[in-house]
Design a binder for this molecule. Sequence first.
Ligand code: ADP
Length: 286
Amino acid sequence: MKSQQIIIRNNESSLSNEKNQDGLSAWMVDVAPHTSSDKTDYTCVIFRNMTAEYQADQIRQDFVANASHELRTPMAIIKGYLEALLEDNMIEEPDIAKRFLTIMDKHSNRISRIIDDMLAISKLESKEEASINMEEFKINECIVDVVERLSPLISENKANVNVYIKPKNLSFNGDKFYWAQIMFNLVENALKENPKPGIKVDISAYCIDNDIIIKVTDYGKGIPVEALPYIFKRFYRVDKHHTNSGIKGTGLGLSIVKRAVEGHGGTISVHSIPGVETVFTIKIPN
Ligand code: ADP
């Protein structure tokens, strides 16, 4: 008998009969003849649980499929307008040409944002130590900077953004670049998901025992309870029935936030009562 290797994928349960998280398991089975010292012939069977490798592979494949889909849509729109400008000679009509170029500019910005977000995720997942540069920084300065960058959206939404930091000079060790991105994504979400004028957003940071707690709270439309388990997943959006022009984000914002927080040894959780309040709470060891 020759040795053989078989891969089994099981949709129901693992071979050890425990259901794993996604109800899917993968096993590699090695079968080989073996003769013991007393000349008895055996068949040696080795079961190797490959579920983690299989799931990682699946996540990679889904990521590529989702990324291609997300990039293809704005790319097709740009191509369509370019064809109209060149082939239908719209370039001769300055008003129409300007309108088309503005639309193309918006969609090329979207492509740039998707690529930037994908690079941020891939950097965080590369587990390179160099990808997080720790230095002591003041959380207040980071939040003031984020609020300033978001001031056009804050004015547009007539939003009321309040910052509470105790003590005022609270500082900790972390990568300033990622903390700016974490705070930007959370505050931007609170604003862009609640475009009705007058949304209130509270940002707070304080210490409890040996932890630093950072909260971003808004009092807007909230997140439906059935969507909560998925919102940190890549490319997940609550509202899937949007027109392309109405897409507000890349669906990658919260997965970047989660990975960056975890990269600092912290955790993030969300609590939402639609129409009442939505609170994102970050806890990091000090
Ligand atoms: P995006 O980059 O598209 O904003 P995210 O990963 O940041 O994607 O968010 C995932 C989903 O969670 C989005 O569909 C968004 O609608 C929802 N969401 C995130 N924050 C809030 C919030 N503060 N209020 C309501 N919905 C939110």
